[in-house]
Design a protein around this ligand. Structure first.
Ligand code: GTP
Ligand code: MG
Length: 357
């Protein structure tokens, strides 16, 4: 799962990335003119609880790869050219986190001399529409040429019609995510169209705005999978603290959890992923898989042998586990389920795969 952190210059992307890495200010190298990558361990209280109970030799959280993209600017030709260099990273991502500057601060350069998240959102959004329009019209030109050749096919005609529908949507400022069917999304996925991607918007607020954030404009809420409010500098400080200091710090600012938790959940949801868990004295582990995946697919995520020799999945739902305290309690209460290949995995399922190869 790869998420690109995108935004206009100086919106706080690198600060946010630093905050995602617990105790790791230095873990992400800051290279202002290039992308830098960080693998972020997804905090999961369910995995923590399993680890507490099973005391495994190894604890493996789900991971999300975040790519910190240098600020995209469109205020000069040079900035536009530079930004175009970074767009392929966005296109390759499974989802985008768009960081908008909402914090005031005279000492930090403000893009276009404004602190206006709504205007920033509009600017980025229309650049994404424009970029997709270019990609699609280039493709249309190619398909049209192919259609003049003797080996023209029905598939080409079908693609042309689909692309023309996309152009119409984009010219009306409609993101493609809202106009394509699931099959069409698949057909166009290889183009990495930006408005086809799920977007999590992060409003990077000043510390003093946290208590009562400004209302989220409808146009932002409608276009985004989720809108999160946070203060990146606070979160980066938080990432450097130990668990006890963390609690005091959170309380002081009226926060219930570090933003990395919310962001990780939002990114999983935006990528339509769920997490199942495996447990034991050897290893407790969280496994991200696509929502809607069946038990044999989940088995295959662990190892191809488990899918090949799949016999059954032993499933305990997280809530049942939490209610009964352990696996034995779940067995006694009839909450230990034996499921076949086609069982649809649920978020938070505790799983043992029985198999023979
Ligand atoms: N006051 C305040 N300053 C912030 C906040 N977030 C970031 N900054 C400051 O804004 C400046 C830019 O932050 P970065 O995280 O480097 O921003 P960026 O989006 O990565 O910038 P580019 O990569 O150049 O586009 C730094 O001086 C940060 O300390 C915030 O929430 N509040
Ligand atoms: Mg940066």
């Amino acid at each position: 799962m790869k998420i690109a952190l995108a935004g206009l210059p100086f919106s706080g992307k690198t600060t946010l990335l630093r905050s995602l890495i617990a105790g790791g200010r230095s873990a992400a190298g800051t290279r202002p003119d290039a992308e830098s990558v960080a693998m972020v361990k997804v905090p999961d209280p369910r995995l923590d609880k399993l680890t507490e109970i099973f005391k495994p030799r190894k604890k493996v959280p789900a991971q999300i790869e975040f790519v910190d993209v240098p600020g995209l600017g469109f205020d000069t030709d040079a900035a536009r050219t530079e930004s175009a260099r970074h767009l392929p990273i966005l296109r390759q991502a499974d989802a985008l986190v768009v960081v908008l500057r909402a914090f005031e601060g005279g000492d930090v350069f403000a893009y276009r001399d404004r602190v206006d998240p709504q205007a920033d959102w509009r600017e980025l959004h229309s650049e994404f529409l424009l970029s997709d329009l270019q990609t699609i019209t280039n493709r249309i030109d190619k398909v049209k040429v192919s259609l003049t050749k003797p080996n023209r096919t029905k598939a080409m005609e079908h693609e042309l019609a689909l692309l023309q529908r996309c152009v119409e949507a984009l010219e009306n400022e409609k993101p493609l995510s809202g106009v394509l069917t699931a099959d069409e999304e698949k057909e166009l996925r290889s183009f990495g169209l930006l408005t086809q991607k799920s977007i999590v918007v992060v409003r990077n607020l000043g510390e003093n705005q946290l208590a009562s954030p400004p209302p989220v404009p409808d146009e932002m809420r409608n276009a985004a999978a989720e809108v999160l409010d946070l203060a990146a500098t606070l979160e980066a400080e938080l990432a450097d603290l130990g668990p006890e200091e963390e609690e005091t710090f959170l309380k002081e600012y009226g926060l219930t959890e570090p933003a990395v938790n919310r962001l990780a959940r939002a990114c999983l949801a935006a990528c339509r992923m769920i997490v199942f868990l495996t447990y034991g004295e050897d290893e407790c582990r969280a496994w991200p898989i696509a929502a809607g995946a069946d038990a044999v697919t989940a088995a295959g995520a662990i190892h191809s042998d488990l899918a090949r020799g799949f016999i059954r999945a032993e499933i305990v739902h997280w809530q049942d586990f939490a209610d009964h305290g352990d696996i034995k309690g779940c067995r006694d209460a009839g909450k230990f389920k034996l499921e076949g290949k086609s069982y649809l995995m649920q978020d938070g399922d505790l799983v043992v795969i029985r198999f023979a190869v």
